[in-house]
Design a protein around this ligand. Structure first.
Ligand SMILES: [Zn+2]
Length: 157
């Protein structure tokens, strides 16, 4: 997925739960920010490496907790990273990098070159963002009704 699709997915899913949305959106963007930067700088050969691993999600959550001392923020960052991995799962995702060799020698250096599919996914992403903006209060109302009806407890903040 590309950024707008990741953001749209995070906004809609995050609104259905008591996830701090800004931290969740930052978390969903972190894997690409790290890995595309490493690839662009020539440190890694592929645009999916350290940031696209489960280990990074845990580390990002740990660092967020160390900085903020808020477990809701830390959990939102870690879950955002994991949501990113799920969103990218149509392609190769190095879930256990660097413990497992994913053969990045064949991966070209990251260069933004979106095709029709990527452009279509970004259109879907911006549509999700617009729909979220339009219906976010209804999503939150629905979430609160389900949680109240089922007697569920809030996990975040
Ligand atoms: Zn990615």
């Amino acid at each position: 997925m590309y950024p707008l699709a990741h953001i749209g997915t995070a906004l809609i899913i995050g609104s259905l739960f008591y996830v701090p949305l800004s931290a969740f959106v930052i978390g969903v963007l972190l894997p690409d920010i790290l890995d595309k930067s490493l690839s662009f700088l020539g440190v890694e050969s592929c645009g999916r490496s350290y940031g696209h691993s489960i280990l990074f999600a845990l580390a990002a959550g740990g660092i967020a907790f160390a900085v903020t001392r808020k477990k809701g923020i830390a959990l939102a960052i870690a879950l955002g990273c994991l949501l990113h991995l799920a969103g990218d799962s149509a392609g190769t995702v190095p879930y256990f990098y660097p413990m497992v060799d994913y053969g990045f020698g064949t991966c070209d250096k990251y260069a933004p070159n979106p095709g029709y599919f990527e452009v279509a996914m970004e259109v879907v992403g911006i549509t999700m963002i617009i729909l979220w903006w339009k219906w976010r209060s209804k999503l939150i109302y629905l979430r609160d009704r389900v949680i109240k009806a089922r007697g569920l407890k809030r996990v975040f903040g």
